[in-house]
Write a protein that binds this ligand. Sequence first.
Ligand code: SAM
Length: 234
Amino acid sequence: MANHRRIRPLSDYVLLEGRNVWTVNANPGVAVRGESLRKFRGVEHRRWDPNRSKLGAGLLRTRKDPSNLLPKPGSTVLYLGAGHGTTISHLHDHLCGASNTHRGRLVAVDLAPRCLRDLTHLAESRPGLVPVLGDARKFDAWGVLVPSRIDWLFQDVAQAGQVEIFLSAVRRFLSKDGIGLLSLKAASERHQDGGDTDIFATAVARLSAEVELIEHINLTGFEDQHALFIIRRK
Ligand SMILES: C[S@@+](CC[C@H](N)C(=O)[O-])C[C@H]1O[C@@H](n2cnc3c(N)ncnc32)[C@H](O)[C@@H]1O
């Protein structure tokens, strides 16, 4: 018997099908990391693997409306710690679309040259994606690429001091009421006393002192020792 899973759009370009997330492929026929391609109503989608993307995991794990975790298509957003572009590619599907028909701009910063090579390759077929070789802590060097305040910011740098790096970026780039998402890797904060629970509790206290903490999403099962914090700038 056919397995009819419930399909729920999170935006015009992202849909939930049971426990699978799919994005409309902005580069039809091409999988970025070997993910499944599948047509829904004749339109090719790529499966967003929650085990390889903390944002993808957050969309499945949030107790609130998952569409609130996504930026507005066609807007300018900033992503710190872009890696090899796995999450970036799905965000690009949603934000920019094929040939950047939505006119979005995705500024993707990473300090590893090997990541920049992959991001630059990805950007060749995905206009609107702007790879930047830079340090998330030194935004004077690349901040000119984000000329006005933005409504959505994501950070996944997996290095010590993640919360303070994030709050600096929030102050510098995020508009009032803008949404920020911080992926926090507890193992990168081992200089702090205590275990993962203490590290996350310290992050909650520090974030709450400066921004509105909307949700603390535990990513265990998708990415152990990771949490995703969703904030709104006051
Ligand atoms: C966990 S990976 C990112 C994975 C990516 N977000 C994804 O979902 O596909 C963390 C990345 O942060 C980068 N990184 C670490 N410290 C950084 C910093 N200070 N500024 C910019 N990037 C940094 C690393 O080079 C690495 O590529």
